[in-house]
Write a protein that binds this ligand. Structure first.
Ligand code: HEM
Length: 367
């Protein structure tokens, strides 16, 4: 039998090591902090870049809120109005759209570099798990934001997405089989995707997810600052630079450069110009489902396997993948950085191939 006293003291010991209160001071967490210099040092900038794009999302999102109307009758018109009649509206909307993709891209790169650098080992397990949840929240941001312009593509793609959630129930035993249906009903709010769905997605996108992300990011950064940067490579680096002000200065320079690229991109290239369908065509319940509806590019790595393989194979693969991600600090604690780098490169290659060539792979196997 498990003794309650022993469990509580083991847990408190675990937390003490992850959050050492004696180090909770400015001198230790900031002034004394150093960043190792080695061939993987660039990996230390990826978390900051993800955070920078999140800040852009918050600022541009607040501007969009001035005009956006979360109702099925006005949502599409209000987005059209922002695009055509609000001064700087198209720029802000484009920045929000481009930066959302950048945030997701860098969150994935950040996960892969943190994995390759073995930054997840004791005492950084909580930093890692908080990171996995942050990535999940970032994906839900993308999913919920996609519906808000209330266009034909988005509404239909959301219907498909929510149906896929319900399918999961068929593969679960007993009472558990009800959970996906309840989840779908909770998010959908009515018998078909409609006003309640839009209201709920809007609440998630502009209130619930930002609060959850900011809270978790606080925990993530607190533990990063308490433990300092991880070693990153097998042989401890011979050189290091001060966090204040060398690393922070480089970080800010990078952010400023990235901002200029984002600004010019948003000014010159409307986000929807790469899409093979008119993003702004408003939703028409009597209209047909447009051919070739697809989710956003960052879901291709799971979308194309879903199109090609039996649902249960992808479901099992996803459950396995998420479990491995969460348990990474324990599963890979004895694995060499060489092997981890190889695995991260293989995962990166899979994501790249599925995202860029997913459609060709689909055509090849389906015809
Ligand atoms: C919204 C998403 C995220 C943001 C804004 C974010 C932000 C940051 C920042 C600013 C740092 C410190 C600088 C650096 O090492 O890059 C950091 C470190 C770290 N992050 Fe994240 N992160 C996010 C998601 C993730 C994910 C998905 C993972 C992995 C599952 C992760 C795991 C880590 C780890 C292990 C560290 C410590 C690195 C070290 O000590 O060398 N983070 N994160």
């Amino acid at each position: 039998m498990i003794k309650v006293g022993t469990t509580v003291s083991a847990l408190s010991q675990f937390l003490k090591e992850r959050f050492p209160v004696d180090k909770l001071n400015f001198h230790y967490m900031v002034e004394k902090k150093e960043v190792p210099i080695h061939r993987m040092s660039w990996g230390y900038y990826t978390g900051g870049l993800t955070m920078f794009f999140f800040m852009i999302q918050v600022i541009t999102g607040l501007f969009l809120l001035f005009y956006y109307q979360p109702t099925v009758s006005d949502a599409n018109v209000s987005v059209e109005f922002i695009n055509r009649h609000v001064e700087g509206g198209a720029l802000i909307r484009n920045m929000h759209a481009w930066s959302s993709s950048c945030m997701i891209f860098f969150a994935m790169v950040h996960l892969l570099t943190a994995f390759a650098m073995k930054s997840f080992v004791r005492p950084r397990e909580i930093t890692w798990i908080a990171g996995v949840i942050l990535l999940f929240i970032t994906f839900v941001f993308g999913f919920t934001g996609y519906l808000l312009p209330w266009n034909q593509i988005a509404v239909n793609a959301t219907k498909v997405g929510l149906q896929s959630v319900e399918y999961v129930g068929q593969y679960l035993p007993g009472q558990l089989a009800e959970v996906p249906r309840i989840l779908r009903e909770t998010f959908q709010g009515e018998s078909s995707v409609g006003q309640s769905t839009l209201g709920r997605f809007y609440a998630l996108h502009v209130v619930i997810l930002p609060i959850a992300l900011v809270g978790l990011l606080g925990l993530h950064l607190l533990s990063v600052q308490l433990h300092g940067m991880s070693q990153g490579v097998d042989k401890p680096a011979k050189k290091a630079e001060k966090f204040i002000s060398i690393f922070v200065f480089k970080d800010l320079t990078l952010w400023a450069s990235v901002f200029m690229v984002l600004f010019v991109l948003a000014l010159c290239v409307p986000f929807d110009s790469f899409l093979p369908f008119p993003l702004l065509a408003p939703f028409n319940a009597l209209g047909s489902t447009p051919a070739g509806i697809k989710p956003e590019w960052y879901f291709y790595f799971v979308y194309y396997p879903l199109e090609l393989l039996p649902f249960w194979v992808v479901l099992l693969g996803s459950i396995f993948g998420v479990a491995v991600l969460i348990l990474t600090p324990w599963i890979f604690k004895g694995t060499s950085r060489r092997t981890l780098s190889f695995m991260a490169t293989a995962a990166g290659a899979y994501l790249f191939v599925m995202t860029v060539f997913g459609e060709q792979i689909y055509e090849f196997f389906k015809h």
